[in-house]
Write a protein that binds this ligand. Structure first.
Ligand SMILES: *Cc1c(COP(=O)(O)O)cnc(C)c1O
Length: 734
């Protein structure tokens, strides 16, 4: 790295904030800020790190610890002096300190006090907190990250439990043929804001789990996410066999045996870790089935500590357990055969005093049916008193899907409610939009962003100003995409003309539509291409140009998903599309942030009802983009006719081919007859008034309802307090 350091002359006049603090103390303050992921949702702290070295900041994936590790305290002090950062560092440091100290005046202190000494233990296989912490793959992880950030903001007593994957999920490249290549990189542990978690005696923790095939051990890391401790189990310890040391290397990697072993570590190991830490949770929240072995270990503890029989302990533990199911896609539910279950849970089963058949029965819809494998969703539902889906429609689908677990009930009374997902506003909101909200919603709007009334004031915003702010963000996105795509061309060794073309592509005045998600076939990324001629015709009007930005990964084993990526990526070679359809590689949080902040329209066209909720469209709302989506997941309950666009009239088809044809047709109709004309309808000031009206309507009607603050408050009131034995209330039932 070659960066010229200009030494500040010793005779320079002392600045106000210059004399207060020595370089080591300043460096220390920066490290304190970097060591709590609180910084990641505070734009003023992010920009402070960036200002220390903008180029390096980008190169180290926005990781402040990696950045600071390359600088000496004197270099930081010099740079701080050049950029006048002293006051900002002091201020940020004080704000963090106050944030951590102030727990008395939070919403949680007022509404979730009973959880104080017996916190919620929140289990998830992945956490998406920031691009520099690669322990997530997609939507589920980002949701968990947003959940704990909002729990932090609201002051909810909650501890989080997950796995540490030292290679995380893969990095995506496309080769010359547009075929996805996966690359796994080792994460440098020393560059992450985490330290060994310590037990009540102050010793680092290693937990062990007996299996019939020997012992499995894991160490425990502590990562601080605002006020929330996140404990991450990691099997890379000396006592483990070499293959077990790699057990937690990759997220969703390996075979089915890897999967059950990871889930054993997450669930059973997670409970053991909490015990070693001296934490006695009052509520266990299993976010998806991956952690559903956890209650078995809690039952064992209860039997041992309180002398309870298995059935009584199970009843008590189920009372304390909340289970969230996330997918209506049958293949999305983990299933294990009897041999794998016995190998891994045999020793625990013996301590529970139950037979192999009894244990298998807990994972089966029909306990006696030997043809049934052990399903993590089924055991999750059986070991929790409160279960929920993640949108209203997903609630209906889940009740139907699991109705046979409660054959004596009618479908409407199947005890699966719903709490619709939401997003952590400060993490996804672009600074220019935040400034606009500061101006129109009132300075304190962030304190009550879960309150819908706060957002009504957006109707008073100057339409020209809202439009201008959006366009600033849009050009930021286009710049980012050009940079990324020219880098992709270089990686593929394409010639200089291709790189140059990438640097100049995309039209800032064209309607820009984003589509980014996992490339699973049910998400139908290729639905647009159903009738290729009609599609080309639609986007070829020189007066009303349309361009598309695609991104997303396919699971390494998903060939059909990779084929769809290839089809879309290769459109760039077709003159009818070149420069108008772009595929940006390696969808991760940083790319998401740019996309959701800068697109005009966010397109989502899954096969209804397979999208449980979706959250990316909610991020778009906050930044003034409009959703154009099949009425599925969250959009089925969000769309009001004026806050975006709806595709498909909420219909479903038993025959998927017929359904796909109809949806494809309706998608083109909505784009051609509604979206494009509205975007290009300008008044004498050149403003698309109606469009801007929809932007305001979208913000006013959706921002609060689909925020993670609202979601976490719902979990507290409808699930956590009930499970903790506080008050009773019903989950959202139809
Ligand atoms: C928000 C987000 C998602 C969730 O997107 P949906 O397709 O709406 O479920 C997935 N991946 C990343 C990186 C995200 O930031």
């Amino acid at each position: 790295m070659s960066q010229t350091k200009i030494p500040s002359p010793p005779t320079s006049p002392p600045r106000n904030d210059w004399t207060e603090i020595t370089p080591p103390a300043l460096y220390e303050k920066c490290m304190v800020l970097a060591s709590n992921l609180w910084w990641s949702w505070h734009p003023e702290v992010v920009s402070l790190f960036r200002d220390l070295d903008p180029l390096r900041w980008r190169q180290v994936d926005h990781n402040p610890i990696a950045l600071l590790a390359e600088m000496t305290p004197d270099q930081v002090a010099e740079r701080a002096s050049e950029m006048v950062l002293y006051t900002r560092i002091n201020q940020a440091h004080r704000r963090l300190h106050e944030y951590l100290g102030n727990k008395q005046t939070t919403w949680g202190a007022r509404h979730a006090g009973v959880l104080g000494s017996k916190p919620v233990a929140y289990f998830s296989a992945e956490f998406g907190i920031h691009e520099s912490v690669p322990i997530y793959s997609g939507g589920l992880g980002v949701l968990s990250g947003d959940h704990i950030k909002s729990a932090s903001g609201l002051g909810i007593p909650l501890v989080a439990v997950g796995l540490f994957y030292d290679q995380g999920y893969f990095k995506q490249h496309l080769d010359q043929d547009g075929w996805q290549q996966e690359e796994y990189l080792d994460t440098k542990v020393e560059n992450l804001a985490m330290a060994p978690a310590r037990d009540v005696q102050g010793q680092p923790i290693t937990i062990s789990i007996d299996t019939l095939d020997g012992q499995l051990q894991a160490k425990v890391w502590l990562m601080q996410v605002g006020r929330i401790p996140l404990y991450l189990l990691d099997c890379d310890v000396e006592g483990n066999r070499p293959e077990d040391r790699e057990l937690t290397s990759r997220l969703y990697g390996g075979d089915i045996r890897t999967r059950i072993r990871q889930e054993l570590v997450l669930g059973v190991g997670g409970i053991k870790a909490l015990r070693a830490l001296g934490i006695r949770p009052g509520v266990y929240h299993l976010n998806e089935g991956h952690s559903a072995f956890a209650p078995l270990e809690v039952i064992r503890e209860k039997m041992q500590d309180d002398g309870l029989a298995f059935d009584d302990a199970l009843r008590e533990v189920a009372q304390q357990t909340v289970f969230t199911t996330h997918t209506p896609v049958p293949a999305g539910h983990d299933r294990f055969d009897g041999g794998l279950v016995e190998e891994h849970l045999g020793p625990l089963r013996q301590q529970l005093g139950i037979t192999n058949e009894q244990l298998m029965g807990l994972g089966r819809v029909e306990p006696q049916n030997e043809a049934e494998t052990f399903c993590m969703t089924v055991i999750g539902l059986k070991l929790s008193r409160r279960a929920n889906a993640v949108s209203s429609l997903h609630g209906c689908v889940s009740r139907r899907m699991w109705a046979h677990l409660w054959p004596w009930r009618v479908e409407e009374e199947v005890p699966i409610g719903h709490i619709t997902n939401g997003v952590h506003v400060p993490s996804w909101l672009a600074s220019p939009m935040q400034l606009l909200y500061d101006k129109y919603l009132g300075a304190d709007w962030q304190k009550s962003m879960g309150n819908p009334n706060v957002w009504q004031k957006i109707y008073e915003a100057d339409p020209g100003e809202l439009w201008e702010t959006h366009n600033v963000l849009k050009s930021r996105l286009l710049d980012f995409v050009r940079r990324r795509v020219s880098r992709q061309c270089r990686w593929r060794n394409e010639d200089e003309s291709a790189v140059e073309a990438a640097r100049n592509m995309l039209n800032p005045n064209a309607l820009t539509i984003g589509f980014a998600r996992r490339f699973a076939t049910y998400k139908r990324a290729n639905l647009l291409l159903h009738d290729l001629d009609a599609f080309v015709e639609m986007i070829s009007d020189p007066n009303r140009p349309v361009q598309f930005i695609f991104a997303g990964k396919a699971h390494p084993a998903d060939e059909p998903g990779k084929k769809i990526i290839q089809t879309i990526a290769n459109l760039r070679h077709d003159p009818a599309f070149s420069g108008r359809i772009v595929f940006v590689e390696d969808y991760e949080i940083n790319l998401t942030r740019h996309l959701v902040q800068g697109v005009d329209v966010w397109l989502n066209n899954p096969r209804r009802p397979l999208e449980a909720s979706g959250t990316s469209g909610q991020k778009v709302v906050l930044n003034g983009g409009l959703n154009c989506s099949i009425l599925d997941g969250w959009w089925a309950e969000a769309y009001n006719g004026k806050n975006g666009f709806g595709i498909g009239h909420g219909s479903q088809h038993a025959d998927t081919a017929v359904g796909d044809d109809r949806d494809a047709e309706d998608l083109l109709r909505v784009l051609r007859d509604e979206v494009i004309p509205l975007f290009y309808e300008r008044d004498s000031d050149g403003l698309p008034r109606e469009w801007i009206g929809r932007m305001a309507n979208s913000i006013a009607t959706l921002a609060a309802r689909f925020s993670a603050h609202r979601m976490v408050m719902d979990y507290v009131e409808q699930a956590y307090l009930v499970a903790a034995g506080g008050q009773s209330s019903a989950m959202n039932m139809p």
